[in-house]
Write a protein that binds this ligand. Structure first.
Ligand code: NAP
Length: 254
């Protein structure tokens, strides 16, 4: 991979991925809505990078983004979708409007970005690698997660089918499923030491995730080390959604 578009680059996970890929010497396109935060990130990275301010739930804006990049000869061969939101409510309290908003941010942004990415790869007849970001709630039922679990499950369905459609063209598409990770998105669940300890105690590995846990998995899936992987979900959650093992001790991040 030479050049990677990171959507949601100013977020906790997106910015950590940008730092990892910059160290590897990739060129980066940093996308999101917050120009100041994106520019501050770009200024901190020692790599060739471009900031693009885009509302990623708007299909026309995402299509224009790829068109502009192509016109400027920035042909991205990697794409990471790190956009998301969280709104927890059980179904009997969840309005249709609230559920639609969760789908806009978590599913439709991925739809627009992935569609633009594969169109652009097909146009230049070149392979590529994309990684989407789901959630551990795809793997198991968590109370109050009806909207986000539905949107992230749709995202996984999109990933798998698109991976099948474009495998023969050398376009790999995979998905990381994070558990609770210490980023601005999760800040309200980790606001106090007591809350953080409670969340850590629910996790088999005894801690909350850090952004680099997720960025490392994304960077791997984008790299040639994952060159024989496509259509896969990679769960990075300390074992929370797959194991019946309760945490025995709370451990700091290593
Ligand atoms: N943190 C967790 O515990 C956790 C758990 C499971 C899954 N995830 C997933 O991990 C991914 C990254 O999340 P994070 O934890 O890094 O969250 P974050 O720090 O809040 O970052 C999310 C990013 O998404 C961007 N974004 C949201 N709506 C957008 C829009 N319409 N257009 C452009 N950008 C938009 C935000 O940019 P703005 O500055 O423009 O708002 C922000 O940079 C998400 O897919 C999330 O669902 C996170």
């Amino acid at each position: 991979m030479d050049c990677c578009l990171i959507a949601g680059a100013a977020g906790g996970i997106g910015s950590r991925l940008a730092q990892r890929l910059a160290v590897e010497g990739r060129r980066l396109v940093l996308c999101g809505r917050n120009e100041l935060a994106l520019q501050a990130l770009a200024d901190s990275l020692l790599c060739d990078c471009k900031v693009m301010v885009v509302d990623l739930v708007q299909g026309t804006q995402v299509a224009d983004l790829y068109k502009t990049l192509a016109e400027q000869d920035w042909h991205v061969d990697g794409m990471a979708h790190c956009v998301g939101s969280i709104a927890l409510k059980p179904l009997h309290l969840l309005s249709e409007q609230e559920a639609r908003e969760v789908f806009e941010v978590n599913y439709w942004s991925a739809f627009h970005l992935l569609k633009g990415f594969v169109q652009q790869r097909l146009a230049v007849r070149q392979p590529g690698a994309a990684v989407l970001t789901g959630s551990l709630v795809v793997n198991a039922g968590f109370p109050g997660h009806e909207a986000i679990a539905s949107a992230k499950s749709a995202l996984v369905g999109l990933m798998k089918s698109a991976a099948a459609s474009y495998a023969a063209k050398g376009i790999r598409i995979n998905c990381v499923l994070p558990g609770l990770t210490d980023t601005p998105l999760a800040s309200r669940f980790l606001a106090t030491d007591a809350a953080r300890e409670k969340m850590a105690a629910l996790n088999p590995l005894g801690r909350v995730g850090c952004a680099d846990d997720i960025a490392a998995a994304q960077a791997f899936l984008l790299s040639s080390d994952a060159g024989w992987m496509t259509g896969q979900t990679l769960t990075v959650d300390g074992g929370q959604s797959g194991l019946m093992a309760p945490a025995v001790a709370v451990r700091p991040a290593s």
